[in-house]
Design a protein around this ligand. Structure first.
Ligand code: ATP
Ligand code: MG
Ligand code: MG
Length: 347
C-alpha cells in the first residue's frame, strides 16, 4: 500500500483521508496547527511549520505522492518537497491560484472572462483603478483570502482610503462588482492519462462571504451547463492538471464569468458524497494515484448545507429528518463563521 502525503489538516484533508483509506491507501498529514480535524482519521501526522526543512524532508521520505487541501503553501516548502516527491496537482496550478492577480491574467490569457480588475499597491493605484472600473467594486487582498476574508466592498470613491486601510497594506486587487443572476461552480477532475471528468455544475448561495448551500441541479440552461463544463476542462488541460479542481462562476445575462479557481477538492463539491457513485474525494485520490477516473454521473438531486458555527446545534434535529447525510469534522471548539460540518439532503 502506498502512502499519500497531504499538506493541510482541515476538513478537506480529513475527507480525503477517509476516501484514501477506502481505496487501501494510508495518509500522512502535514499541518503546522495543533489538533487538526484530519489527524483523527489519518495514519500519520507531522506537526511542524512549513519552514522546518528537516520535517519536510522526513515527510517527503515517508510518502509516495504529495497533494494538498489548501493553496497557500509557502513556495520554499514546495521547492523542497517537489525535489523529493511528485506534487499533484502541479506547481503551475498553485501559482495560478495563489494570487488573484496572476489568476485573473491566466484566465484572460485562456480567453475566459473575469471581472474587470486592476492591481492596487497604494492609494494612487486605487484611485486610478476606481476611475477606470467604477463602483461598486470589491477590493481584495491578492493572497490568503478565503470565506470572504480580506475583502472590502467600495460603493463610492470617497470610501477608497478607508477600504485600503482595512487591508493593512497587503498587496491588493480591485475587482468590478459583477451583477450576476446566480453563482455556480464546476468540480472537474483530470487524470494522469489526461482524461477529464466534470460533475454537474452546482448552484451556490453565499451569506456574508461564506458558502451556505450548494444545490444540484443548478437552474441553468443546457447551453450554460455545457459551456461551464468545457470552460473547466480548458483550465484543467492548460495547467496539465492532475486531481480535482473547483471553478467558481458567475452567471450573468450573456456570459459565464470566472470568479476564482481552487486547485483542490472544494466545499461546493460536497454534494457529490450523496449524489454520485464516485465523490470528489475518491476522484481526487484516484487521479493523483494514477487510477482511471471514476463515474461522476449525478443520480440524485441534492442540497448541501454547511453547518457554520452554532448551526451544529441543529444536528440532532437534522439526524431525525429522513434523507439527510450528515458530516461532522470533529472540531472541538465552535466559533462564529467556523465550518463545523455539512448536511447533504437527497431529494
Ligand atoms: P472562498 O471561500 O470561495 O475561497 P474567497 O474568500 O476567495 O472565498 P471570493 O470567492 O472571491 O472569496 O468571494 C466570495 C463571494 O463574494 C463570491 O462567491 C461572491 O458571492 C461575492 N463576490 C466576490 N467577488 C465578487 C465580484 N467581483 N462581484 C460580485 N460578487 C463578488
Ligand atoms: Mg477563494
Ligand atoms: Mg470563492
Amino acid at each position: 500500500g502506498s502512502v499519500i502525503g497531504i499538506l493541510g489538516g482541515g476538513q478537506l484533508g480529513r475527507m480525503l483521508s477517509v476516501a484514501a483509506s477506502r481505496l487501501g491507501y494510508k495518509t500522512h498529514i502535514y499541518e503546522p496547527g495543533a489538533n487538526p480535524p484530519a489527524a483523527d482519521v489519518a495514519h500519520a501526522v507531522t506537526t511542524a511549520p512549513y519552514e522546518d526543512a528537516a520535517a519536510l524532508r522526513a515527510f517527503a521520505g515517508a510518502v509516495d505522492v504529495i497533494t494538498y487541501e489548501f493553496e497557500n503553501i509557502p513556495t520554499s516548502a514546495l521547492d523542497l518537497l517537489e525535489s523529493l516527491k511528485p506534487i499533484r496537482p502541479n506547481r503551475r496550478a498553485l501559482a495560478a491560484s495563489q494570487d488573484r492577480l496572476v489568476e485573473k491574467a491566466f484566465l484572460n490569457d485562456l480567453g475566459l472572462a473575469t471581472a474587470p480588475f486592476a492591481a492596487v499597491d497604494d492609494l494612487e493605484d486605487l484611485r486610478e483603478a476606481l476611475a477606470e472600473i467604477g463602483t461598486p467594486a470589491i477590493l481584495k487582498t491578492r493572497r490568503f483570502g478565503y470565506d470572504g476574508k480580506g475583502q472590502v466592498l467600495i460603493e463610492s470613491t470617497d470610501q477608497a482610503e478607508a477600504a485600503l486601510a482595512e487591508l493593512n497594506g497587503a498587496p491588493a486587487i480591485l475587482e468590478g462588482f459583477v451583477d450576476f443572476f446566480k453563482e455556480i461552480s464546476v468540480i472537474g477532475a483530470r487524470g494522469l492519462d489526461g482524461s477529464i471528468s466534470c460533475y454537474d455544475p452546482g448552484q451556490n448561495k453565499h451569506e456574508g462571504g461564506i458558502l451556505r448551500t450548494t444545490t444540484v441541479p443548478a437552474a441553468i440552461t443546457d447551453m450554460q451547463r455545457t459551456d461551464a463544463v468545457l470552460l473547466a476542462a480548458k483550465i484543467l488541460t492548460k495547467l496539465d492538471y492532475v486531481g480535482v479542481m473547483g471553478v467558481e462562476l458567475f452567471v450573468t445575462r450573456d456570459q459565464l464569468i470566472v470568479n476564482e479557481i481552487a486547485p483542490r477538492v472544494h466545499n461546493t463539491g460536497h454534494w457529490t458524497q450523496a449524489g454520485c457513485t464516485v465523490d470528489q474525494f475518491e476522484q481526487h485520490i484516484r487521479a493523483i494515484t494514477g487510477w482511471t477516473l471514476g463515474d461522476g454521473a449525478r443520480y440524485a438531486d441534492v442540497e448541501m448545507t454547511n453547518l457554520i458555527g452554532e448551526d451544529v446545534e441543529r444536528v440532532p434535529q437534522l439526524a431525525r429528518e429522513s434523507r439527510n447525510q450528515i458530516h461532522l469534522y470533529g472540531k472541538a471548539e465552535v466559533k462564529p463563521g467556523r465550518k463545523m460540518g455539512h448536511v447533504n439532503h437527497v431529494f
